[in-house]
Design a binder for this molecule. Structure first.
Ligand code: ZN
Length: 278
C-alpha cells in the first residue's frame, strides 16, 4: 500500500507553500514534497519555526525537497551555486524532519553526446560529493533519471548502476511515471523489480497524453488514469519492491495552473486513490 503525496510543482503557478500546506492537510494527503524556490519565497514572510509548527500540529508531513537540478558536468562557479542551494535545503530539511532531496541529472543540447561512461563517472563523483554534504544533516539524495534524451541520465537502469556504484545508504532513486515512460514507453517495466528496496526512495505519480516521444514533454503530464502510461502496473511494481512510502502527485500542466489550486489538489487526491492499493 502506498501513501498519498503531493509535489508542489502541480500548483506551482497558482499556489504557495502556505496554501499547499493547508489544502493538502484538508484533502487528506499524508506527505508533501516542497519546492526549494517556493520555500525561498515562503521564508520572505515566515520562519523555519512557522514551518515546523505547522507540521507538528498536522497529519501532513514533509517528504522530499525539489529539486537540485543539473548536478553533472558543472563549472566550479555552477557547482558553488548548486552547493549553496543544496546546503540551504539540507538546513531546512534537518530542522523540519524532511528526509529526502531530489537530485536531477544535467539537461542541455549536448547531453545526448555524452557517453554512458562519462555520465557514469561524473554522476558517481557528484553524488558522492552531495552525500558528503547531506549526511551530517541526516538528509538522503534521491537521484531521478529524466526520460528525455536532453538529460544525460534517462533510464532507471542507468541511474541504478550509478547509485549502486556510489554504494552509500544515503543515495538512492526516484521512480517517476512519465520519466520512466519517456525512456522507452515502459518496455522495461520489469526493470523496476530489480531495484533493491533500500534504493527506492521516492515515487512520483502522474500520467501523460498519448504523444510521440519526440513531442511529449513535461507540460503534457496529466492526472493519473487519464493518459496512456500504465500507472497501475508501475505502482504495483513499486509496491512489490517493498516501497510503501507516498506516491507523490507531480504535474507540470499549464491548464492546472489556470485552475483554483483547491480544485486541483482535491481532484488529485481522488485520482491518485485508485493507485494506492494493490
Ligand atoms: Zn519527478
Amino acid at each position: 500500500m502506498l501513501k498519498l503525496g503531493f509535489n508542489e510543482a502541480t500548483c506551482k503557478e497558482n499556489s504557495s507553500v502556505e496554501r499547499d500546506l493547508i489544502l493538502c492537510e484538508k484533502y487528506g494527503y499524508d506527505f508533501i514534497e516542497l519546492r526549494l524556490d517556493m520555500l525561498q519565497e515562503y521564508f520572505k514572510t515566515h520562519t523555519i519555526d512557522d514551518l515546523k509548527a505547522f507540521f507538528d500540529k498536522s497529519h501532513l508531513k514533509p517528504f522530499a525537497f525539489n529539486s537540485i537540478e543539473n548536478i553533472n558536468f558543472n563549472t566550479p562557479e555552477q557547482w558553488n551555486e548548486l552547493v549553496e542551494l543544496f546546503t540551504f535545503g539540507c538546513e531546512v530539511a534537518q530542522a523540519i524532519g524532511n528526509p529526502y532531496m531530489i537530485v536531477v541529472p544535467t539537461m542541455g543540447p549536448d547531453m545526448d553526446r555524452k557517453t554512458e561512461q562519462e555520465v557514469f563517472e561524473d554522476s558517481v563523483k557528484v553524488l558522492n560529493r552531495l552525500a558528503d554534504i547531506a549526511e551530517p544533516y541526516g538528509v538522503r539524495c534521491a537521484f531521478e533519471p529524466i526520460g528525455d534524451r536532453r538529460w544525460c541520465c534517462n533510464s532507471i537502469r542507468q541511474a541504478l548502476e550509478i547509485v549502486q556504484a556510489v554504494d552509500r545508504a544515503s543515495v538512492g532513486l526516484t521512480v517517476d511515471c512519465i520519466n520512466f515512460y519517456m525512456h522507452d514507453k515502459c518496455a522495461d517495466l520489469e526493470y523496476i523489480a530489480q531495484i533493491p528496496q533500500d534504493k527506492l526512495f521516492v515515487y512520483h505519480i502522474n500520467d501523460c497524453e498519448d504523444l510521440p516521444l519526440r513531442v511529449l514533454d513535461h507540460c503534457h503530464r496529466i492526472m493519473p488514469g487519464e493518459g496512456c502510461i500504465p500507472v497501475a502496473a508501475i505502482s504495483k511494481k513499486v509496491m512489490e519492491v517493498g516501497y510503501h512510502g507516498p506516491a507523490c502527485l507531480e504535474l507540470f500542466r499549464p491548464a492546472y495552473w489556470e485552475m483554483d489550486a483547491e480544485d486541483v489538489i482535491c481532484m488529485g487526491a481522488k485520482k491518485c486513490a485508485a493507485f494506492l492499493h494493490h
